[in-house]
Design a protein around this ligand. Structure first.
Ligand SMILES: [Zn+2]
Ligand SMILES: [Zn+2]
Length: 135
């Protein structure tokens, strides 16, 4: 699947079967995106353009367009694991399955919420799910 940033300088091709969407409500994602990060996992990612990778933790990196600043990607610094793209950057997200999990669901601000009965993992539950992924 293909996608791009707002200005079009950064484009990408994401390969492999896309996951269902997931929403992350951690403070880092809120600052990166401006609200919840709704992401889709792919196996591989080829990026063309002035993407800027930022180390947002000891294990994770976020990618944004170096020209317009669009928030596009999350990946492990190690290079392993899924390549997460923001759903809004996909050229066609019509076939992405609905959100199946919310991460850090206890950090959703009162100003908004999501409908549906997707699994809502608390901070503790989210960290437990991904324990080991960072090692
Ligand atoms: Zn751009
Ligand atoms: Zn997050």
């Amino acid at each position: 699947m293909t996608g791009r940033c707002l200005c079009g300088a950064t484009t990408y091709v994401a390969r492999g079967a896309p996951s269902a969407a997931h929403a992350c409500h951690c403070t880092d994602c809120q600052r990166f995106i401006g609200s919840a990060f709704i992401g889709v996992n792919f196996d591989a990612l080829e990026v063309d353009g002035p993407v800027r990778w930022f180390d947002s933790s000891d294990w994770g990196q976020r990618g944004s367009c170096g020209t317009c600043g669009s928030a596009l990607f999350w990946r492990l610094k190690s290079g392993d694991g899924p390549k997460v793209v923001s759903i809004g950057s996909l050229d066609d997200a019509s076939r992405i399955r609905p959100i199946d999990e919310h991460y850090f669901a206890d950090n959703v601000p009162p100003a908004y919420d999501f409908t549906g009965d997707a699994t809502r993992l608390s901070r503790e539950e989210t960290l437990a799910k991904f324990a080991g992924a960072s090692e």
